[in-house]
Design a protein around this ligand. Sequence first.
Ligand code: EPZ
Length: 419
Amino acid sequence: MAAFKITGGEPLAGCIEIQGSKNAALPILAAALLHRGVTILYGCPNILDVQYMIKIMRSLGCEIEQEISYLKIDASELNAEHLSRECLGKMRSSILLLGALIGRCGSLTLDYPGGCTIGSRPIDLHLNALKAMGVHIQEKEEQIVCSSNQICGKRIRLPYPSVGATENIIIAAVLAEGVTWIDNAAKEPEIIDLARFLNQMGSCIHGAGTDCIGILGKCSLHDIEYSIMGDRIVAGTYLLAAAGTRGNIEIKGVQIKELQALLHICEEMGCRVQNCGTSIVLDSKHRLFSVKDIHTQPFPGVATDLQSQLMSVLSTARGETTIYEHVFENRFQTAEELGRMGADIQIKNNRAVIRGVKKLKGCPVCAKDLRGGAALIIAGLMAEGDSIVENSIFVERGYQDICKDLKQLGANIKVINGD
Ligand code: EPZ
């Protein structure tokens, strides 16, 4: 299994253009299935999860042309019976096919989605919403069997602003009869990007980015060319890498409002943050300070997808910081690995108490999930000596080429064959 080898101690410096967003691309790819025609996407990240989704879409009968600068999808002909099961279990976002394929094909049998070990990740909110929209759903051992003659618009109140459930309802509502309203909807920027994509394709969606979204169904859709937003989590990862290595970097391709909560913490840690209009500059000259309690929350709160990376950076700050993880129940696995590097982190239920130590020491560690892997790479960049981060495959699920990006910022990192 491949691994990353990192020699720490180099402050990151320079400018980087951020890749397209994984968490916008995946729902947009699923939504492309709604249209009996051609979609051309620019900025679609070349990451494992996108490769899995492309494989699934090809098995459904999509013709897909993947070039460096664009992805062309022709979804004129679809047949849900040919759905390949091989990739379904590999990633959670396969659940987003539900809304699209029921609308297009009327029936679908889907395996329960797999994915990271960060929590049990039930899909009850997705299924309850689709049932409310008139979809007949049978849950069998490993599979969900769905059918519907016609999806119906409905007012749906989500008990929790789930990102995936909000996206699935939006996608299903595009081909539904009548109007669908989602109350307590998720407000993530990726939801805005999905709605912008669908509106440009001819749909009629209002309120994306707020907690109340309205979708008028059955609008006629047409061919489209669309540029996917930049990845705010990748951007946040690199900003934190600069903060932890006392670096100075400029990132391009994401909007500052998508990272407000994180940038406030960076300033509290003692970094200087500048909004340069089309780019963000972060300068970190000194040892960081600990900060007030951090609580992960749905957007616009602190993103759970940056929690592990924050833990790495705060492990050498002056003082003690407590992080509360409120979104996923098993997302502190990286703490143990950071402990091997000399970090002092005590976990109790959903709380991590991080007592800053002077230095981390490079050593072999193991990535256990996507963002945890990125956090260990940051720790390796901050540490004294060499670190080996095993299971690079986790990181490749969401980072197009983290080695090339970090090298461009002056890091000493490479991919090696592990164990
Ligand atoms: C999306 O996952 C992201 N994935 C996740 O990013 C991100 O961590 C998460 O939103 C929260 O921001 C993609 O966009 C592909 P949720 P999703 O539904 O849609 C519970 C990364 O690292 N829940 O908002 O799965 C669930 O268990 C990934 O890029 C139910 O109980 O997140 C969790 O505790 C990791 N029932 C909470 O809600 C449901 O039916 C948030 O889940 C659905 C969710």
